[in-house]
Design a protein around this ligand. Structure first.
Ligand code: ADP
Ligand code: ZN
Length: 722
């Protein structure tokens, strides 16, 4: 506790170095974690009391803390997490704090709301509307105004009339909680033997201690039901639970399932919410009225004070990596947070990341397996279609054997899915006369044709032009051709081949989040026969009637010179194939590939995921790649290629010598220009036990600072080498 006249360090929520000192004014007490407003230059800024000041400061130059918010202080775990994340990612602690704090409205005491209750006095005149209000207020309970109007459907003047007649009494009450508390006993599933064993393994991690379980089970294996019971166990123990989902904005189904299981909606946390909704959830998490949150990766930084469980569903998903601002991976940060909070972690996936598999192999995580599908559902049969021999006709993308299978599914009244992980109509537009290829003026990338919207678009910066009719180089009016398929082109071919099927095209270009959610609901209700989609359809959905899945270009992700190309391809193929046959229908998946002998394709066809993980781990170990080594990337960007390259060379020459650190580059980044900025990359690689973050911090602090239009982006544990 600090009182009047004490000097304290306050971390302010802006990207500046370290905490600043302030004086506690008369009549104020604060403690470590208190949320305050302090003057910084001409502005008032939110901050958090960090502790005693670091340096001696002259009293007469100190400014007073302006305001302390009436909330609980942030927990010690959260403060330590902020520090840890800042150190690890090389962000300023204040920048991390800014992501944690909310607007002032969320922090001041919540405003009371107007409510009404019955007095027992009968009014002389009773209309049907008045009766509805009085019936609703039978049981002594006070109802907030908005809730009363909502429940009775009367206009507010009816309520005011009853108040004037003495039948109702107006009071002020605390605002209702943002969500009702989930009930752990509400509707538990009858777990299968396998599920019960898996749950037992998770719960055998000591409650009240840190521990991680990798819930490794086939798609449709009933993992969700298992971790719901872990959530219930946490709630019973009086602790809070957090479930992270990679694409929460797109999944109504998950929220619905949670609501059914616990008889209450979970609090949500994602980018589609209004600032007011977010503030309410934030506040509820801090004051403990919110017991369970389902959210996107940034929910990791919510101010839980009693966090007992973190679940990462689809833990392998790339969406868990935050690539803007300070770059972090939600899986790693979840582990760190759980260590500070002494919480359990459940990492759930049908295709765990190679990192998590390795941790399980090494015994750092409990390896909890669910080997068969729930009930009678069987795993899909997977067949490779060798495009060198059985490929489609020129100008078509669906092989004849796949088309036959689709017809079969349609005839049986089942659903089929055609999958291609590429948005738009065609990835390249080319002039057959002069050879001109349409490229983004600001990025080293082709312009992708989006025929549905009539534009060519750059997928890196969003630059758009109307689709040209004449070549801008030679002026030929007949010579422009679309090269290669995007999902819209597949939809066009599907319309020609399967004209009687009810078809739906699903990609991020086809509407808002709300519209996409509606499409998924329609698919689940069986309102379509043929689904044509990008990776959006590969994640988490449960389409009961879906029995045939065709992957039009299974090799697509393998071309990247990326350390995780094979892993990502294996994951996306397994996930999309796993959409087939989730209910009683027997599922089949077909992979169109030019490389049927590639280890990824072989593992898929043989259903041998263990072979894939074993081989991938060997390859990673041989190359000193994660999880056996560490990587950190520096991307230097500038308006001119030469100044980016010159500065990168300067950085390299300033790199401290350290045993076991290897440096690569500078070299042009694989996408060497984005938004008109040239990008040059330096890469550092070290062994697993080396503090590569610390090395990078030391390196950058001793190098000459980037000036002018130069910018340096730091990516610890980069997922790709873009
Ligand atoms: P996963 O998360 O492993 O992909 P889910 O938990 O979504 O699998 O389960 C697949 C399907 O099986 C869902 O429709 C789910 O409701 C159902 N299911 C799983 N376990 C049970 C259970 N114990 N009782 C009833 N239905 C279950
Ligand atoms: Zn561009």
């Amino acid at each position: 506790m600090y009182g009047a006249g004490d000097i304290v360090a306050v971390l302010v929520g802006v990207a500046v170095e370290g905490p600043y000192s302030y004086r506690v004014p008369d009549g104020m007490t604060v403690s470590r974690g208190s949320i305050v407003a302090v003057p910084l230059g001409p502005r008032l800024i939110q901050g958090v009391v960090w502790g005693p000041p670091k340096d001696m400061v002259a009293h007469n130059r100190l400014r007073d803390i302006a305001h302390v918010y009436q909330t609980q202080p942030l927990s010690e775990e959260l403060l330590r997490l902020i520090e840890w994340v800042a150190r690890y990612t090389l962000a300023a602690p204040g920048q991390v704090l800014r992501g944690v704090l909310r607007s002032p409205e969320a922090l001041d005491a919540p405003k009371p709301v107007t409510a009404f209750r019955r007095t027992g006095h009968e009014p002389e005149k009773l209309t049907p509307a008045r009766l509805r209000v009085l019936d609703t207020l039978m049981d002594d309970q006070a109802w907030p105004k908005a809730a009363l109007v909502g429940a009775t459907g009367v206009s507010f003047s009816v309520i005011e009339g009853l108040e004037r007649a003495g039948a109702l009494e107006r009071i002020e009450m605390a605002p209702p909680p943002v969500v009702l508390p989930p009930d752990p006993e509400a509707n538990p599933a009858q777990l299968s033997d396998g599920q019960r064993a898996a749950l037992g393994n998770i719960l055998s991690l000591d409650a009240g201690e840190f521990g991680v379980a990798l819930l490794d089970g086939v798609t449709g294996g009933g993992k969700t039901e298992v971790f719901f019971e872990a959530v219930a166990d946490t709630l019973r123990a009086g602790r809070q639970a957090l479930v992270l989902l990679p694409e929460i904005a797109l999944t109504n189904t998950f929220i619905d399932r949670f609501t059914k299981r616990f008889d209450a909606r979970p609090a949500e946390w994602h980018s589609d919410m209004t600032p007011l909704q977010r503030s309410k959830v934030w506040r509820g998490v801090l004051d403990g009225t919110v017991r369970a949150v389902v959210g996107a990766r940034s929910a990791l930084f919510l101010p839980f004070r009693e966090l007992g469980l973190l679940v990462l569903d689809e833990e392998h998903d790339g969406a868990y990596k935050q690539a803007e601002g300070f770059t972090y991976h939600a899986r790693d940060m979840a582990i760190v947070r759980a260590q500070f909070s002494k919480a359990r972690v459940v990492l759930s996936s049908a295709t765990p990341s190679v990192e998590s598999r390795n941790n399980a192999n090494q015994g750092r995580y409990a390896h909890v397996k669910l080997e068969s599908r729930f009930a009678e559902a069987a795993m899909p049969d997977i067949t490779a279609i060798d495009m060198r021999m059985d490929g489609p006709e020129k100008g078509e993308w669906i092989a004849p054997s796949l088309a036959r299978e689709v017809f079969g599914a349609l005839d049986r009244g089942e659903q089929a899915l055609l999958f291609l992980n590429r948005r738009g109509y065609a990835p390249l537009t080319l002039c057959r006369s002069c050879g001109h290829q349409y490229q983004c003026p600001d990025c080293s990338a082709w312009m992708v044709e989006h025929r549905f919207r009539g534009v060519l678009m750059c997928h890196h910066c969003g630059h758009e032009v109307r689709t040209p009719k004449t070549c801008k180089e030679c002026g030929d009016t007949q010579s422009l051709v679309a090269v290669g398929p995007g999902i819209e082109r597949v939809a066009e071919e599907a319309a020609a081949r399967f004209p009687n099927a009810r078809r739906v095209l699903v990609s991020t270009d086809m509407g808002s989040h709300a519209q996409l959610r509606e499409r998924f609901a329609e698919i689940e209700r069986g309102e379509y026969d043929l689904i044509i989609g990008t990776q959006l359809v590969s994640k988490g959905h449960h389409f009961e009637k879906l029995s045939v899945v065709g992957v039009l270009d299974a090799d697509l992700g393998l071309a990247h010179g990326d350390p995780r190309a094979a892993e990502r391809t294996f994951q996306i193929l397994t996930q999309v194939a796993g959409r087939a046959g989730r209910a009683s229908k027997h599922g089949k998946a077909f992979l169109q590939t030019y490389h049927p002998d590639h280890p990824v394709m072989r593992a898929m066809v043989n259903g041998d995921r263990e072979a894939f993980y074993a081989q991938e781990l060997l390859a990673r170990e041989a190359g000193g790649m994660p999880p056996f080594g560490r990587l950190a990337a520096l991307i230097v960007s500038a308006n001119e290629q030469k100044s980016a390259m010159d500065y990168a060379k300067l950085l390299l020459s300033a790199a401290p010598m350290a045993e076991g650190v290897r440096l690569f580059g500078p070299a042009d980044a694989p996408i060497n220009m984005i938004r008109g900025r040239h990008r040059v990359r330096l890469l550092a690689q070290s062994g697993r036990d080396f503090d590569l973050s610390g090395y990078m911090r030391f390196w950058l602090s001793s190098a000459e600072r980037a000036r002018g239009d130069l910018k340096v982006q730091i990516d610890i544990d980069p997922m790709s080498f873009m």
